[in-house]
Design a protein around this ligand. Structure first.
Ligand SMILES: Cc1cc2nc3c(=O)[nH]c(=O)nc-3n(C[C@H](O)[C@H](O)[C@H](O)COP(=O)(O)O)c2cc1C
Length: 231
């Protein structure tokens, strides 16, 4: 009887332990709450830094068809702008060769590279199509837009059609574009249809230290993480 009870107790403790563990691939994290309250733990002394661009940014490759050939440039000023219709924006310097193609065709691609592509990202981000031929760097394919060159080597390709061109700022054009189609490498899609972020291995750019960074571990799940929050 005692032995059976001990067995049940052990099973119960094991289940409790497993439930308390973070999901596979997630880092153990108390959401900065743990024993202390949020405000006390987060407060810190600040140093003013003027108008520096201090947010780490995702790294992408923007492609456009320029003078009948595909051209690519590195872009970190990129994000989503609207839910439905799905809109994306990119900010492109007025001096860039890629800009000519976007202005002419009103289409472009946003390609997500993996972190093992840092060298080529740096090359296309420091060499202009006006000086070097970037046509043969990647294996290119075309999708629904017909004119936005897409990169086969990148895990994700987003085809974009410009819906608004903003030319109100001194250094950059801002293009807001409709997402026409998204292509994802088969091997990055999990059995449940979700993307495997770890495998995608995206890269980030920190302007302030000029370094390329890769992703660490997940520290929580959106819409569930708030449950750890204590005022
Ligand atoms: C890490 C990194 C991020 C960059 N982000 C942007 C960006 O968001 N927008 C932009 O216009 N140029 C950006 N650039 C600069 C262009 O990629 C660069 O000027 C490129 O040579 C332009 O190529 P193109 O003249 O062939 O279009 C970035 C460069 C690097 C290295």
């Amino acid at each position: 009887m005692n032995k059976r009870f001990n067995g049940w107790l052990l099973t119960f403790i094991s289940i409790c332990f497993l439930i308390s563990q973070p999901a596979l691939g997630e880092e153990k994290n108390d959401g900065y709450n743990g024993s202390k309250k949020f405000k006390k733990r987060q407060a810190m002394e600040k140093v003013k830094q003027g108008d520096q661009h201090f947010l780490p940014m995702p790294l992408t490759i923007v492609g456009a068809q320029v003078n009948g050939k595909p051209n690519f440039q590195t872009v970190s000023w990129v994000s989503f702008a609207n839910w439905d219709p799905a809109l994306i924006y990119v900010s492109i310097s007025k001096t860039n060769y890629t800009l000519m193609g976007i202005l002419k065709n009103k289409t472009f691609s946003v390609n997500l590279p993996s972190s093992d592509m840092s060298a080529v990202i740096d090359y296309i981000g420091t060499h202009s199509g006006t000086e070097v031929d970037k046509t043969d760097i990647f294996e290119v394919f075309y999708g629904d837009t017909k004119t936005a060159p897409l990169i086969k080597e990148c895990p994700i390709n987003i085809e974009c059609k410009v819906v608004k061109t903003i030319d109100e700022f001194p250094s950059n054009y801002m293009f807001i574009a409709e997402i026409v189609q998204v292509h994802v490498g088969k091997k990055y899609i999990k059995k449940d249809g979700m993307l495997n972020t770890k495998k995608l291995d995206p890269m980030f750019y920190a302007f302030y230290d000029m370094k390329y960074w890769k992703l660490g571990k997940s520290v929580g799940t959106s819409t569930k993480e708030w449950k750890k929050y204590k005022k």
